[in-house]
Design a protein around this ligand. Structure first.
Ligand code: SF4
Length: 289
């Protein structure tokens, strides 16, 4: 069995920068991470062991007890940032610049008097931040969410981890349902997400099965697994090497390996080692692309 790594995978620069910012925090026990820094349980446990407090994404109504608050790479609405500052908290803001770019697009659309439509997952923390300051918005995650909105001007943008083909499908449906509207579109999908999807397509063309490493709550990891299934290959989603079952690979000739943007390199390497150690693995390293 041959194991092929995707050419682009794993942690993006936005997540790496956010993690590295935690290393510069002098007193972790005086800092609350405002949500999950990354959707990866192993990273959450490590931050907890270092003394950071972490507030669940769905439980941010009450103010934190610590003097310092770390905003994650997913970003928050300006309104939320202001609420924390006015309550006397110091902020360490690790919002990814590509998430900030999506906020700029939403703000600009609102200034132009457009009803803002975000293509993405309604409950995702990034999307909640994106719409948090807007006077008029909708979130479209599926074709069933598309409506004929009464607004004459629509502004459509994407959650940064949206897949391009999905976004295009939804955009076409919005145009079809709103022939009366002037529709402006800003493609705010981030480049690391695009690169990972492209690399995954190459992998699907070569592998019998694709192992996707990443947190169960990670949106982009789940999207990668979905892309594998849509490409007609079996996806095996694991968080760590010990979840691998050799029986899943008994009939495999080539196994592809990819990982979500919140997955640490050592978790990917451990999965690769475990795959290569399986009885039928050839151990011959090769690269996709
Ligand atoms: S997935 Fe994209 S937008 Fe999100 S943190 Fe990474 S680079 Fe930034």
């Amino acid at each position: 069995m041959e194991v092929i790594r995707a050419q682009a995978m794993g942690m993006c620069f936005g997540v790496k920068d956010a993690l590295s910012a935690t290393r510069s925090v002098a007193d972790p026990s005086a800092t609350t991470i405002w949500g999950e820094l990354v959707h990866n349980d192993a990273v959450g446990r490590e931050l907890g062991a270092r003394g950071f407090l972490q507030r669940d994404e769905g439980n941010r109504d009450s103010l934190p007890a610590t003097p310092q608050v770390l905003i994650t790479a997913h970003g928050v609405a300006d309104r939320e940032r202001q609420r924390l500052i006015e309550a006397g908290h110091r902020l360490v803001d690790t919002t990814c610049p590509l998430v900030a770019r999506a906020h700029d697009a939403a703000r600009q659309f609102a200034l132009e008097g457009r009803h803002v439509v975000v293509l993405g997952k309604r409950d995702h923390v990034e999307v909640r931040g994106l719409v948090g300051d807007l006077p008029s918005w909708s979130v479209v995650g599926h074709l069933a969410d598309v409506e004929r909105w009464p607004s004459a001007r629509l502004g459509v943008l994407c959650q940064t981890t949206m897949q391009e083909c999905e976004a295009q499908k939804l955009l076409d449906a919005i145009a079809c349902a709103n022939p009366q509207a002037d529709i402006a579109f800003r493609d705010t999908i981030c480049e690391p997400t695009r690169q990972r999807v492209r690399a995954l397509r190459d992998l699907i063309a070569m592998a019998d099965v694709v192992v996707v490493v990443g947190g169960r709550h990670s949106n982009n990891t789940r999207q990668l697994a979905l892309t594998v299934a849509r490409g007609g290959r079996r996806a095996i989603h694991v968080e760590s090497a010990n979840e691998l079952d050799p029986r899943d690979f008994a009939a495999c000739r080539v196994v592809g390996l990819t990982a979500g943007t919140s997955t640490q390199d050592d978790a990917i390497d451990a999965v690769e080692r475990a795959l290569r150690a399986m009885p039928s693995a050839s151990g011959v390293p090769r690269h996709a692309g």
